[in-house]
Write a protein that binds this ligand. Sequence first.
Ligand code: XCC
Ligand code: SF4
Length: 646
Amino acid sequence: MSEDPELEIITVECIRTPPEHITPDKVPAKVEERAMDPTVKEVLSKTMLDGVETVWDRLEKQQPHCKFCEAGLSCQRCAMGPCRIMGEGKSRGVCGAGADLIVSRNLLDQIATGAASHSDHGREVAETLLLTARGKAPGYGIADEGKLRSLAKEYGLDAEGPVEKVAERLAMAMLDEYGTMKGELSMAKRLPAGTYSMLKEAGMLPRSIDREIVEAMHRVHMGVGADYRNILTHGVRASLGDGWGGSMIGTEASDVLFGTPQVRNSKVNLGVLKHDQVNISLHGHNPVLSEMVVRAASLPEMKRRSEEVGAKGINLVGLCCTGNELLMRKGIPQAGNHLSQELVITTGALEVMIVDYQCIFPSLPNTAACYHTKVITTSPKAKIPGGYYLEVNPENAFEQAKRMVAIAVDNFKNRSPERVVIPNHPVDAVVGFSVEALRAALGGTLKPLLDLILEGKIRGAVGIVGCNNPKIKHDYGHITLAKELIRRNILVVETGCAAIACAEAGLMVPEAADLAGKSLGNVCRSLGIPPVLHMGSCVDNTRILTLAAELANLAGVRMDQLPVAGAAPEWYSPKAVAIGCYFVGSGISVSLGVMPKISGSPNVIQLLTDDIQGAVKAKFWVEPDPKKAAAILFDHIETKRADLGL
Ligand code: XCC
Ligand code: SF4
């Protein structure tokens, strides 16, 4: 129980794997099958010997998956069902829906879920900006005034005068984008003219952020549209509202409040936990709370308090995208990505895990119940049974953050040193390649980067993004694809869990230039940069959009004409579906390492892997083998080069 009197908790139990399921003799082989990072393997092995259940065990217990659901052919949308469709083209749901409709509607549902998640996160950052401007968010401030004023200009606002006034105007304008009546999004103007008019022509330009998501939910109701092409055209539009709207607001407003990322050094993997300090992990996606935890943990009174309980200080570590946000802006070390979230607890060395939302396993409190760790939930949207709930809003965030740090410090005495395993070797990583940081490194313009691409020293660029999925050996897809691409002189830019995977594999240090092909290697050495660049969290995929748009504008071409592509080798999340769609919608073709649930409709497959090119000149590939995916992406890039006469 907590010593904080106001905290109540529903007690949950530690979930153990049945003893016959994983016997000690099976552990080494299972560990090899599941993971490749040495620190993950070390802690996973300990976890399995502790008998604590993880995501991999639960995946095994789910086998075999339902074939109808896997193919996207089950429908739960109304009370005449549920329905499952069998056989090609003949079978129908009770309402008469066929395979194409059921599959496309399910996919639209996923796109809307993903776009809603990122865009709602963006809205909270913009609201925090507004409260900060009005002096109602103690602890927050404007960290990047230059960016604030240039964004205000971009939004067509008065960018002069007191900083609070400009911030207030910008925050209001950003919040207006969610339901704007002006018919299109302000930041869609970042699109190169040719791409913009192509989308307009195709009826895919989003009218506002929320409207397209709400309309998607309307369209998945029984008896609305029945044409799969029309349904998925709207899916692309809704995703573009996320990419050039909600997520982009998330990125830009975060930069204004917390600072635009600059290139910096940090450390990654489970080895960043410390034996002699109070360990707190920050997990989720939104930087609004975690930035306050960083401030609270650095207060001298907290350090003193930690010394009173026999610790040598407070060690903050990041997980998933909240971690990426802190890594890029503050250099806070990163403990791991999606599939490491349970392992941070099972090291036995974690006092508190603070979560906001998205990608948080609902069973984390059960995992924590096997050790001394306390899970603290903070968002009214994301209460989790078994977690302590400390509601956070911009008005109280700093005060609440102090309480959380105090809970962690008080919990240090409950750690059992004999149950702790912390791997020894954190890995170095250079992070923080925002578009602004890249531009600054190149002398104030991206022109030198474009020239290197035009000259062929860099053949092109691929954004490797997205999650981990236990169906794929942890991080194997990301690391293998990145290595194969840089070897072919293709620059790799990364976000999300992909970025963490490659950082842990040592690909984000300048010395990794030696793993790149000759010409890319030389470019990296002359600029002192790694061949794989960390561009941030998943909302920061918009940094990749902005980068590509700026390069296309400099070259005077549409985005689809650039020798670039996207890849999500280990994706799992509906957010990744939305990201894939807004990349493709913007003209950047995307390779997926995990098959979406569309195999039940050959027509939908045909649309997404080929016909969609008629509208946006980009498409999806599905290729589970990252080596083959690298070959596909390389050919694509070389074709684009040839088309440009390079
Ligand atoms: Fe989640 Fe962003 Fe995916 Fe990682 S990459 S598993 S979405 S944490 Ni966003
Ligand atoms: Fe079945 Fe049609 Fe209802 Fe879906 S919408 S559950 S296919 S009746």
